[in-house]
Design a protein around this ligand. Structure first.
Ligand code: X2W
Length: 274
């Protein structure tokens, strides 16, 4: 496969195990040596849950977005940047990956405004929910990321961004990854999930859809795209519409899938193209 610009979204259960993290780093090392340019965006939902619990801060998700008070934001920033990003940079650097830890705050790479969520209630009334410090991305400046990958660094971005005043906001990692993938015009936006792809009939492995097109997606929501997959696929769809060439769902708990797909050209995961 010719070398490509890869944006990889890493989060959820694929992150909580140190062995998996090490295997991902080793796979990325091989891909980078083969000439691919790699940018990693990470979440860390399970780590945030633990940190908020420890700090006795209640937390609730509304439509896949964590309602975030200023106190919660303080803990989230410490967890994502100080703990999760710091550890990824350490593990990846030890594998020779020239890892650089960043967030959307660096060079104002990602700017946000407060996210407004409108819910239609059963009686048809539209309610606007205040999510607190949850950011809706308004712009991404790709310059810093592009200059790093050009010099063979591997930027690792935590999904935190600020408004124009510098106030920090929590951004859903899938939303963040999709917008960054679009801004750098990635050849592949790879979402490392906990499953092997998009199933027509979960968990029958023969029912995984291997190739679908952007135009197929509207008919699949609510049918085979359900629950936690909805925001992930919406983020892939958004990125494709903004110029990303391919979107790919792989299983992050099976790190060998990255090499199987990009080195061996194996038919695995689900690829979404234009
Ligand atoms: C997410 C950010 C982390 C994330 C949160 O607070 O959990 C919002 O919901 P995963 O591991 O990719 O789920 N932010 C606004 O998305 O992490």
């Amino acid at each position: 496969m010719p070398s490509s610009k890869l944006l990889i979204k890493y989060g959820g259960n694929a992150m909580i195990n140190q062995t998996l993290k090490l295997q991902i780093a080793q796979s990325l090392y091989r891909l980078k040596n083969a000439g691919h340019e790699i940018v990693l965006v990470h979440g860390g939902g399970p780590f945030i849950n633990k940190a908020l619990e420890k700090a006795n801060i209640p937390s609730e998700f509304i439509e896949g977005q964590r309602q975030t008070s200023p106190e919660a934001m303080f803990e989230i920033q410490k967890t994502l940047k100080g703990e999760v990003n710091g550890d990824l940079v350490k593990v990846f650097s030890q594998q020779g990956l020239k890892a650089v830890g960043l967030s959307g705050l660096d060079n104002q790479t990602v700017l946000v405004s407060p996210k407004k969520l409108k819910l239609t209630l059963s009686d048809g009334i539209i309610d606007e929910i205040d999510l607190g410090r949850v950011g809706q991305i308004t712009s991404v400046d790709p310059e810093l990321i592009l200059s790093l990958i050009e010099k063979k660094f591997l930027p690792i971005l935590a999904c935190i961004a600020a408004d124009t005043e510098g106030l920090a906001y929590n951004v859903n990692a899938d939303d963040f990854a999709g917008e960054v993938a679009a801004s750098i015009q990635a050849d592949y936006y790879i979402s490392l999930t906990d499953v092997d792809g998009l199933y027509q009939n979960y968990p029958d492995p023969t029912s995984i859809l291997r190739n679908i097109s952007l135009g197929d997606l509207p008919n699949l929501y609510g049918k085979i795209i359900q629950g936690g997959m909805i925001p992930k696929i919406q983020s892939l769809e958004n990125a494709l519409k903004k110029g990303v060439k391919n979107a790919l769902i792989l299983n992050g708990t099976q790190p060998e899938q990255l090499l199987a797909y990009f080195e061996k050209g194996s038919t695995i995961g689900t690829t979404i193209t234009h």
